[in-house]
Design a protein around this ligand. Sequence first.
Ligand code: PMT
Length: 223
Amino acid sequence: NKKKDLQDKTIIITAGPTREPIDPVRFISNHSTGKMGYAIAEKAAERGAKVYLISGPTALKAPKGVRLISVNSAKDMQRRIMEHFDEAQIIIKSAAVADYAPAVAHDQKIKKKDENLTIELVKNPDILYELGKIKGDKILVGFAMETQNLIENAKEKVLKKNLDFIVANDLFTEGAGFATDTNIVKIIDRGGNIESVPKMSKHQLADLILDRVMYLQQLGEVN
Ligand code: PMT
């Protein structure tokens, strides 16, 4: 793939999980490895874009030509996105952001006691929802990870979060979702149109997502 169709574009891509601290030793997180988001970042850079990859903790190396910004919590991720928001024409949010964080991040390790421990969780900002409110003519792409009612839930998210389209994957489908090198997705646009994308590598899917983004960009330029 030698086309440089993203030459004059700046893209923000988020990847990986977030970590929400309980104390200096422990955190709440999820199983995202960052593979999906890093694949998109790698392909976007290959196609000539300036790429900010804003990533929670992963075991992956930054792809060539990508500006990697490492974050921990959802709030960190939101702050770092906003630093580059004005500059970007395209934002793709493949990170698995924790919806809740411990109400208190303790300064010292919580000691084991005889009784059970309850941790109060408070809602994290919904980063994508907040971006949707200020998106203007930027292209905003979300992901949806579901374990049931994939299409209905994804359709709801595309409208609620004011996205151009959403890439929906089902955790219980083999070859899709967390940690695999492949994914199987439905791409759903604002009109509710569904494109069923067969199993392919996350790198192939990355190119396909970028193709869809560029198509929308060109439509936008014509209108
Ligand atoms: O990293 P991998 O191991 O390769 O796995 C890839 C993946 C499964 C993580 C990826 O394909 C994926 O589905 N990412 C989105 C996971 C997710 O958090 O989905 P969601 O349906 O909970 O969230 C919907 C969208 O809102 C996502 O774009 C998410 O980034 C965003 N969000 C969610 C919550 C929140 N507080 N802020 C957000 O911005």
